[in-house]
Design a protein around this ligand. Structure first.
Ligand SMILES: *Cc1c(COP(=O)(O)O)cnc(C)c1O
Length: 353
């Protein structure tokens, strides 16, 4: 068991009424320090507040930073549960490896997540479709502006209550195919949950939004031919009742939602192909009337159907701009398990007591 010192806040904040994604934070945060000689040490829960760092702290200069994202849900009986946290912890440690950052013992990381959620369990909303977003992250803190691997780090977990992603029901989104900018390349950081990937994605995202689109469809960085991801989600296509999703070959983030979808779909008897998916395959399937559905999958929205794709001015409408039956069934099943409305036969949820 990780030994965690808890300093309770003297002034509890008022709970927000409105919970747009990522705007409000709970009363406390988890912090732990790393140094080469001591390893990870001084695990503590303290009141949420600013932290003080040298302006030379390496994270500010060379982006040695990673993050994770998962959620805690309140069930109808009032219990609090987290969805597949061990998957996020495993992914965090792969990201550590890629960014030369110190891994955290998986049990210690889980103890930290459970402890901060337990401390602020009154921040897990009970309104329908609301949840508590958990944001663990790690930063390099050596006060040094030469390029090297930092010898000191901070690991922090903050919590943010979030409202329903689709207050008016699931609305399929319009997606712009980005043919110029790329998010990641094989051999780079694409498979890692690194803030640097997001810095690289902003330009494409801005262009898509300026043109009236919600998100970007990212193509591979070498040939700009194969599909990687959609916005900050993994992507699935249904062609002729077969399910196809880009394989994890270095530039695609291994999503927990992606993995859960593949699991469910196979369990329901569908054929799921994880392989390279050329954009031309999708446009041709659409022309032939065989493209039944397309949707993104990620923790924030769970499932986000794609209604329209704009490929260089060539507009593809999918499933008449409506959510398809497979996307709907995945959404209902995943959210059903997460909020404890349907049986969790896969043992995906962890109750926080
Ligand atoms: C986090 C993330 C996803 C989704 O992963 P989940 O574990 O399902 O939330 C997909 N793509 C990118 C680029 C991401 O950062």
């Amino acid at each position: 068991m990780l030994n965690i010192k808890i300093e309770q806040t003297k002034q509890k904040k008022e709970k927000p009424k409105d919970m747009p994604f990522g705007k409000h934070f709970s009363d406390h945060m988890f912090i732990m320090d790393y140094s080469r000689d001591k390893g990870w040490h001084d695990a503590r829960i303290v009141p949420f507040g600013n932290i003080s760092l040298s302006p030379a702290a390496m994270v500010f200069h060379y982006a040695q930073e990673l993050f994770e994202g998962l959620k805690a849900y309140r069930t109808e009986s009032g219990k609090v549960q987290i969805f597949r946290p061990e998957k996020n912890i495993a992914r965090m440690n792969w990201t550590c490896e890629r960014l030369c950052m110190p891994e955290i013992d998986p049990q210690d990381a889980l103890d930290a997540i459970e402890a901060i959620v337990r401390t602020d369990s009154d921040w897990v909303p009970s309104e329908p479709d609301h949840s508590l977003y958990i944001r663990p992250f790690m930063i390099a803190t050596d006060p040094y502006i030469g390029v090297k691997i930092s010898g000191t780090y901070l690991f922090i977990i903050i919590l943010s209550p979030v409202g329903a992603y689709y207050p008016e029901g699931i609305d399929p989104v319009k997606i712009y195919v980005e043919n110029e900018y790329v998010r990641a390349v094989r051999g780079g950081l694409g498979f890692a949950k690194a803030g640097a990937n997001y810095a690289a994605s902003l330009k494409g995202q801005e262009r898509a939004q300026d043109m009236g689109y919600t998100q970007v469809l990212w193509l591979d960085g070498v040939e700009r031919k194969y599909i990687d991801e959609v916005g900050t989600m993994n992507v699935f296509f249904v062609i002729d009742n077969k399910i196809i999703t880009p394989s994890l070959e270095g530039s695609v983030l291994p999503g927990v939602t992606r993995d859960s979808c593949i699991h469910l779909l196979k369990d329901w008897g569908y054929t799921v192909e994880e392989r390279k998916v050329a954009l031309s395959e999708i446009t041709e399937a659409n022309k032939a009337g065989k493209l039944n559905e397309a949707f993104g999958a990620g923790t924030a929205a769970v499932i986000s159907p794609i209604g329209t794709l704009n490929d260089n001015g060539n507009i593809i409408e999918i499933n008449g701009g409506e959510i398809g039956p497979i996307a709907q069934k995945l959404y209902d099943t995943l959210t059903g398990i997460q909020w404890g409305k349907i049986e969790d036969k896969y043992d995906w949820t962890l109750e926080v007591q």
